[in-house]
Design a protein around this ligand. Sequence first.
Ligand SMILES: *Cc1c(COP(=O)(O)O)cnc(C)c1O
Length: 226
Amino acid sequence: MRVEQRLREVRDCIAQVATASGRSPDVVQLIGVSKGAPVEAIADAVSAGLEDFGENRVQEAAPKVPFIKQRAPNPIRWHLIGHLQSNKVRPALDLFDELQSVDGLAIALKISGAANRDIPIFLEVQFAETTGRFGFAPDNVAEAFDIIAEYPHPSIRGLMTVAPLGLEPDGVRQIFRQLREIRDRLQESHPSFGPLGLSMGMTDDYAIAIQEGATVVRIGRAIFAA
Ligand SMILES: *Cc1c(COP(=O)(O)O)cnc(C)c1O
């Protein structure tokens, strides 16, 4: 199946689930996760109208971003969704339009010090050990939020999570619900803050995430798997 057709199916599914949950489909932003995908497949997705792409690693994104930029008719937005090492902050700021995986206070402050423009970020919350991932503990994210919010940039646009591996759908739903509750409390305690988003949901669980209020879904395999 071609990327274009897969993308159409994913979009249809997002629209269906959103509508069935009483939400408007256009409040759910789709990020196509292109890690591991060849540039040709990314170019196909661009041709099919996708404008947001997620990559896990600075090193992998480095050649892809300029390649696509030269060929895309419209501006493309790149989102970092993997752990950022402190020695990669500068190249990450050059490559990415948004950092979705800010997973600790030290890296957030490092970004603040290195950024010479406003850069939108999401704080990653980790509910249980997930192989190879980091994140704020659910109980610590509010405190970190307050500290980061004191700085002129980066600007916090929401919370992000990856559901731990091996959970049943009910367990995944609980995780997404908890992230939404943390977001709701932050929004309530910071009324002057712009609307905070929820980046949650991947190929296997994006329907649940949309039902639980996701404003961003990050989908790789359903679009790009060979
Ligand atoms: C790989 C990845 C995705 C996409 O996962 P799929 O299961 O391929 O849809 C989303 N978010 C993060 C953080 C990822 O690392």
